[in-house]
Design a binder for this molecule. Sequence first.
Ligand code: AMP
Ligand code: GLY
Length: 420
Amino acid sequence: MKLLVVGSGGREHAVIRKLKENKEIEKIYCAPGNGGISADAECVDIKATDKENMVKFAKENAIDFCVVTPDDPLALGMVDEMEEAGIPCFGPKANAAIIEASKAFSKDLMKKYGIPTADYETFDNEKDALHYIEEKNTFPIVIKADGLALGKGVLICETLDDAKTALREMMVEHVFGLSGNKVVVEEFMTGKEVSVLAFTDGNVVKPMISSMDHKRAYDNDEGLNTGGMGTIAPSPYYTKEIAETCMETIFLPTVKAMNAEGRTFKGCLYFGLMLTPKGPRVVEYNCRFGDPETQVVLPLLNSDLLTIMKACHDGTLKDVDVVWSEEACACVVEASGGYPVKYEKGFEIHGLDENGQHDGVIVYHAGTKKENGKFYTNGGRVLGITAKGATLQDALDKAYEAVKEIGFDKMHYRTDIGKK
Ligand code: AMP
Ligand code: GLY
């Protein structure tokens, strides 16, 4: 088997290291990959969104199976084009990836099929949106850009003035580009947030172990939203009863709704949930593995990942056992100082062996490059220091112990991952 994994972050590194446990895989390519991934796969210099060259490479190198993990290539239809070229893929086609690529689509889907989520209205002009917010006069209120915005297109507005500013930025100044041409204005929900990633073949849903992201840049959930500064799994708030409710009221209804719309979803469907006083509700869907959720979820998977991914593609997921470890896992992200706004790159990273690893933990590389045998910072999120343990505290202790030994100039990380 020859595999191609599309992407270049910590999530792709986690997917590749789990896939590698299958000894039938003879070769894994990663495009474009990064410095740390190059120890586990052959990196190929093709941009993740470059469909034409990606398909050409896959054909020329007789790729047997392709795994597409980032949102952009999925929304652009990379899976559609690979499969037209005869290369089976793990990941949804473009008409199903829309569940993440358009918030207006996903909100309308939930309304139509009675899937619990925050009340909302969609607007394509600033005046009507503002009028609605003034009439409603309930704060905080949440304003979301319709399209993909690198996880930054959600603004929680405490006052009418905040809402005016948010609408102006999104709809008039276009700070999120075309993504802000349409906005969703929605009710503010309260409760614990949980991420549940689920394998699906468009019929059967097999949820992964739950996890919890830490989205803000600084301790105590202060600072700007980032791609995620650390994760733990499982989430202590996600009980068996809640999991059952989610399966009945959210997971299966979503997959059925997508089928009814002629948009069968195959791959990893990510449910961003809020455990509100009125029960679990959907905050957002993603059409892919979360980053850095994947880094704590996949190390706890005891089954073969390639078998599961192929079953998602083939529609045979019901025949495959998906077994999880009883352990816990924690990931602490080491980021460049200044991330998510402005940061420098190119600092040498100390504390890693020649494969970019460190004893006792798994080091997932998010933004690194390798030159003359040394690793250098090459992105906002640089490394995800990840450890398993019998308990969450065990896993956190191991991860933070290693964080002291691995680093670079101007490094920033949160000291409170998993504390709450
Ligand atoms: P999203 O990109 O939709 O996941 O939103 C980013 C973050 O904004 C979420 O993880 C929540 O913390 C917050 N958020 C989004 N929608 C709501 C809502 N309706 N009520 C409260 N918080 C929200
Ligand atoms: N960590 C959140 C996401 O992947 O969207």
